[in-house]
Design a protein around this ligand. Structure first.
Ligand SMILES: [Zn+2]
Length: 402
């Protein structure tokens, strides 16, 4: 708390009400922080707990929050992390190669937002989901703009600033009417999308997205925020148990399970495995398909800003996963499903014939599966090849990949 007092007074803020005013001020700061921002203080709490045997309910951080509260939050986050890790691990590792591993459908989602308000709610601008399997690549996707029509008092500069730096979706523009205004309606569409694509059962499967990163314009916090709004949009039913999990965890498990299931044992398989989830995250962040054509919605394609389009982003995530996993299961990549339409498919190996697709002179020797048989990720497609455009639609429409 004294740290806040000193910092604020250095900026000219006078606390005429003494420490009680500082405590109130610090408390409101705490409430506005996201979970990531709170982490350093949570760690401080854990350190304090280890070092002292004090009554933590009577000890407070520099922001005026009791260490007991932080301890409980830390425990809750740790439990949620363990549950998530176990769920994804069990989900993937239980899939047999010739069954579920190839055909299991997974869901990814991305949210573009304008700003985060004082209650940790992200004001969404654009939303996209995709379902995919390793066998089929992208199977289906859903895209829409969102206009929740909330009061934006005090956030206009922040919203316009972030929009201009990233997605360029108009904010507070009376001429812009392409956004869905009803979370209730949007929730119905999302549930229908999941129902159409979840071949396993009637449960709500985990939905994967990338962690918070301003540099990469990804935010698991924004996706969680939107799904919380959707989950609570119908007063007549209980909150829908959406689970939003980090995509690197799924990619890590999928890639390593595919390597385990590869037929060849002549190569040191362990070298092909991703050693850590952080490396899986790094591989997705490389975004090798950044400039692939015609993946975005028409608005962003027209503005030449598909790199920030939610629809393009979910496609690129799936393509990166397929590029790293399909080769180990002998799955041939299909344009528009496993890789961009402008990928140079002639360089791919046909796993059924052993030929390069464009090799009319005859067969090439079939490399061992799992031994870098297919082109290395990111080298198998051309930015310059002519593309065929997928027939995409937007504004809460569903486009089926045929
Ligand atoms: Zn878009």
């Amino acid at each position: 708390m004294m740290e806040v007092k000193m910092k604020e007074e250095a900026k000219g803020h006078m606390f005429r009400g003494g420490l009680s005013e500082v405590a109130t001020f610090a408390s409101s700061m705490w409430n506005e922080m996201g979970s990531d921002e709170r982490m350093p203080y949570n760690r401080m709490a854990m350190d304090m707990k280890r070092q002292r045997g004090d009554d933590l309910t009577k000890k407070f951080t520099s922001l005026g929050v009791s260490y007991a509260t932080l301890d409980a939050e830390e425990r809750e986050q740790e439990e949620a992390l363990q549950e998530m890790t176990a769920t994804v691990k069990n989900l993937v590792r239980s899939l047999p190669k010739d069954g579920g591993l190839k055909t299991r459908r997974f869901f990814v989602a991305h949210v573009n937002y304008f700003y985060k308000n004082s209650k940790d709610v992200y004001i969404p601008a654009e939303f996209a989901m995709a379902s995919f399997s390793l066998q089929e690549g992208v199977v289906d996707h859903f895209h829409c703009f969102i206009d929740p029509n909330k009061s934006h008092l005090g956030f206009r500069f922040e919203a316009n600033d972030w929009s201009q730096k990233t997605h360029s979706i108009p904010f507070g523009d009376s001429g812009w009417d392409r956004g869905v205004k009803s979370y209730y309606r949007l929730n119905g569409q999302v549930l229908q999308f999941i129902k159409n694509n979840n071949l396993e059962d009637d449960s709500i499967p985990p939905i994967f997205t990338m962690p918070d990163s301003l540099n990469n314009n990804t935010s698991i916090s924004a996706v969680k925020s939107l799904f919380h709004e959707l989950a609570t949009s119908n007063d007549d039913v209980d909150e829908i148990p959406y689970r939003i999990y980090p995509l690197p965890q799924l990619f890590f498990e999928l890639r390593n399970h595919c390597v385990d299931e590869a037929e060849s044992t002549s190569y040191n398989q362990s070298l092909l495995k991703l050693p850590t989830v952080a490396m899986a995250e790094n591989e997705i962040e490389k975004d090798l398909f950044t400039y692939a054509k015609n993946l975005g919605c028409s608005y962003h394609e027209l503005k030449d800003l598909a790199v920030h389009c939610s629809q393009s982003i979910v496609f690129r995530w799936v393509f990166t996963i397929c590029d790293n996993c399909c080769m180990h299961l002998g799955i041939n990549l299909v344009l528009g499903r496993h890789c961009p339409h402008d990928a140079d498919v002639d360089k791919f190996l046909d796993y059924e014939t052993g030929n390069r697709r464009g090799d009319v002179a005859g067969a090439v020797s079939m490399p061992e599966r799992g031994a870098a048989a297919a082109p290395m990720p990111g080298t198998s497609w051309s930015h310059n090849s002519p593309s065929s455009s997928p027939t995409s639609s937007e504004s809460s429409s569903v486009w089926k990949v045929n």
